[in-house]
Design a protein. Structure first.
Length: 87
């Protein structure tokens, strides 16, 4: 199922205070590998998750990682960035 997201810009919502936005390169049973990614910690800001993701969709990904592995155990949801609704 995740294979349809390979090569696309995605939003990975996590159960923790993090969200990761970037291009999905690979996925296995334990990790997602994203490139040109923004790993954002909401403890560092007062912006809500919804506003931050919508802003990233509108203005572009604020890249702070060339490549990152995200644990699937902490993943709550994944969606294409272009599917983010800001209404």
């Amino acid at each position: 199922m995740l294979q349809e997201f390979i090569g696309q810009k995605v939003v990975v919502d996590m159960g923790s205070a993090y969200v990761c936005i970037g291009t999905l390169e690979n996925a296995d049973e334990h990790f997602l590998q994203l490139r040109n990614a923004d790993l954002h910690d909401f403890r560092d800001t007062q912006t809500s998750r919804e506003i931050y993701v919508a802003d990233s969709n509108a203005t572009g990904i604020k890249r702070n990682r060339k490549r990152v592995l995200v644990s699937r155990a902490d993943m709550v949801a994944i969606s294409r960035l272009e599917d983010v609704v800001d209404e």
